[in-house]
Design a protein around this ligand. Structure first.
Ligand code: PEP
Ligand code: MG
Length: 331
């Protein structure tokens, strides 16, 4: 039985009318997670959180150390795409060698891509390590499919600056005669409302978006995601969040770019027809949710899911969206 379930999990997530295929991929934060992802039928990695490399140590991880860590994950994933998110650390964590400080509002402070002004070296090192790691073939002779993603982007200027640093890293490695990957996609997380609202300005600068509904919910609704006292207010089904998701996908598709979603919403069975109906290209979640979500996607037709998504967008209250979704059955 377990074998049958696992082989089911290997099948792609195609809608029952054959009209749409979604990629179902994993969120990981370690090599162990990558192994689990493959066991659960992940078609790739939609979010590789790299914070573990920087925590619990007193000096910056060297490029060599980083290359080793990335290569271990690439070895496990083989030719499957791996979206690696650059460092997403800020004032809620103490990392003295990065220059983090205790801040009154760490989630609104100096974190993630915002380090780029004072500490461009952190991003440059990470780019150098990623490009070197992806430049080498795996033990099985496979070229990995690296995709780089920037967290917490709120302004187009951040993407432009990051791309400059990326080009510099590429040229430096080329000058050193290092092997480089053939093609690397470059994308951003859409997890700050300004990025969703200006998605049409960001889309031409990137290959893809990945919507981070955990932070997008926090920032859209002004609800601290770590404060349990207000957590009842933090629903990704809030119509304001849903509108931002819809806008983001529409703008990306108008520019021929693909969109993933790597917040917890992607692994919620209730959200399947909604996200499918908005034509979300890639669902990224904890590995153990993958078989269930793939199975649910296969039960819907694209048309049925589109009707549900349109239905969801009519409401003004998260509770009404949830009640409506609970009343829907696959069609
Ligand atoms: C998100 O914000 O939705 C996300 C996936 O990133 P993290 O949970 O790591 O902030
Ligand atoms: Mg986030």
């Amino acid at each position: 039985r377990r074998r049958a379930e696992l082989s089911q999990a290997e099948l792609p997530a195609v809608t029952k009318d054959g009209a749409f295929r979604a990629e179902v991929v994993a969120n990981i934060g370690s090599v162990e997670d990558a192994e689990l992802a493959v066991q659960f039928g992940a078609e790739g990695v939609g979010l590789f959180r790299t914070e573990f490399l920087y925590l619990q140590r007193s000096t910056m991880p060297t490029i060599t150390e980083q290359v080793r860590a990335y290569r271990r994950v690439f070895e496990v994933m083989g030719e499957r795409p791996v979206v690696v998110r650059t460092l997403d650390i800020g004032g809620d964590k103490e990392v003295p060698y990065l220059g983090t400080e205790k801040e009154p509002n760490p989630f609104l402070g100096w974190r993630a891509i915002r380090m780029i002004r004072e500490r461009p070296d952190v991003l440059e090192n990470q780019f150098m390590a990623l490009l070197q790691a992806a430049g080498q073939v795996t033990a099985a002779g496979i070229r990995c499919d690296l995709r780089i993603m920037l967290p917490m982007v709120s302004s187009v200027a951040e993407v432009e600056r990051a791309r400059e640093i990326y080009e510099e890293a590429w040229k430096a490695l080329e000058a050193q005669g290092k092997a480089l990957p053939e093609k690397v996609q470059f994308g951003i997380m859409v997890e700050v409302p300004s990025a969703a609202l200006l998605a049409d300005h960001f889309a031409p600068l990137v290959d893809f978006f990945s919507i981070g509904t955990n932070d997008l919910t926090q920032y859209t609704l002004a609800v601290d995601r770590t404060n349990e006292r207000v957590s009842v207010l933090a629903s990704p089904y809030h119509p304001a969040v849903l509108r931002l998701i819809e806008m983001t996908i529409r703008a990306a598709h108008a520019h021929g770019k693909w969109v993933g979603l790597c917040g917890e919403l992607a692994g919620d069975p209730l959200a399947v027809p909604l996200l499918l109906g908005l034509r979300l290209d890639e669902f990224s979640m904890v590995p153990s949710s993958i078989p269930t979500i793939k199975d649910l996607i296969r039960r819907w037709s694209l048309k049925g899911a589109e009707e549900v998504a349109q239905g969801c967008l009519r409401f003004g209250l998260a509770a009404d969206v949830i009640e409506y979704l609970k009343s829907q059955t696959p069609r």
